[in-house]
Ligand binder design. Sequence first.
Ligand SMILES: Cc1cc2nc3c(=O)[nH]c(=O)nc-3n(C[C@H](O)[C@H](O)[C@H](O)COP(=O)(O)OP(=O)(O)OC[C@H]3O[C@@H](n4cnc5c(N)ncnc54)[C@H](O)[C@@H]3O)c2cc1C
Length: 439
Amino acid sequence: MKKIKSSGKIYDLAIIGAGPSGMMAGIIAAKNGASVVILEKNDKVGNKLRITGGGRCNITNATFDNRKFLDNFPEAKKFLFSPFSKFSAQDTFNFFESVGLDLVTEARNRVFPKSQKALDVVKALEKELKNNGVEIRTKSEVIDMRKTSCDNEEEDCSDGKREISSVILKSGEKILAKNFAIATGGMASPKTGSTGDGFRWLKKLGFKIKSPNPNIVPLKTDSKILHNISGTTWSFMRIKFIQDGKVKLKKLGKILFTHFGLSAPLILNSSFEVKKLLNQGRVFASIDLFPDTEENDLDKRILKLFEKNKNKKLKNILPELLQQKLSIAILEHYPKVFKDREVNSITKEERKDLVKLIKQIPMEITGTLGMDKAVIADGGALLEDIDFSSMASKKYSNLYLLGDILNINRPSGGYSLQMCWTTGFVAGEDIAKKIKKEK
Ligand SMILES: Cc1cc2nc3c(=O)[nH]c(=O)nc-3n(C[C@H](O)[C@H](O)[C@H](O)COP(=O)(O)OP(=O)(O)OC[C@H]3O[C@@H](n4cnc5c(N)ncnc54)[C@H](O)[C@@H]3O)c2cc1C
């Protein structure tokens, strides 16, 4: 065990984690006069932020009516009205444009930096941190969080009266501060640094944590047909998720077939509901590749195709209707005899079976991929334990919880990062106000 030592300096705010929520809190607190240190275990800030939106960073969602925006946070909505009244999607636009980062709005209101580079978002935040005098300490892993002792019977150690006194770095250094913010993220994509350290400290401090589970995550299937067309996208299809013979969820849109199963935003955004179903029993899915064409009409289309190409092999003409890879995969796995048959030998019943197959590709959903492939993890610190007017915890008045550490479920589309900007802003502002009052 290394000897613990402190420089004796007491910061107004020590933030653990230089992700989006931590950096925003640091900028706002420092801009308003607080002395701030940000402690990051990686050798650079914003590791996860750099890979967001496929390297383009979907920074927020341009839904400027807070009510509509928060409809995407069904369980957390009631808690989030207060912080969003202080910092909304519109404020995110204003903030980033004020620091010289132009934004553009794309399909489904998703907002990206005009440069299309997530790295520019990181650079803008890092510059703002430096301009406002925030001390950025990378390669500074926090290993413990200490509270003020409550040995003295005279002390009031009830919830909200307790305080955090310091954090300990792996190097043995003790960091002292008047306020602390845990911005260590959730557990999704642990290679970026979010390995759940914050949850361990919170548990030790007496918080209840809803255990994290991969979310906004691709789905695994047992379907060989899909595994064989890995990398193929189909831009318009309908997927139905079925349990006990009943359709429980239907989605329409683009899908990406992968070697393990299914992906693309539509699937990622269904994963929360599908996981709930998986907890209750087996889940089957059926994909309709022609959702706006009735079975009869599709049959007529195929019949026309057959009539035009009577003497050709089915495998050579089906790509006129489906993509080459998809046609072959379908023909290889379902009525195997089809593939090398000439069209003129295919009976009406066999043709109808083929139509059925294209309208209802069957599969079982066998699970989801893990944390390494998840965009977020559901679970985290319980919202009842937070005062959302400040983002301070109710148990420790000088401990703030930000971003993915919170048990807030939401879809993809810029909602996660907006939640980080908002919670970071509210905490930064509250801490700066507190410090001003004390001075
Ligand atoms: C591949 C991918 C793409 C995504 N794309 C988008 C998108 O386009 N739009 C969107 O809205 N959301 C997106 N998200 C989600 C979004 O990135 C997260 O919601 C967000 O980064 C969470 O921010 P945070 O500040 O809570 O924590 P994080 O970004 O997870 O940062 C936490 C930081 O804390 C540090 N840390 C952890 N433990 C310690 C410790 N003990 N000591 C010191 N430092 C520590 C970590 O190293 C890390 O840098 C994406 C996520 C992934 C994985």
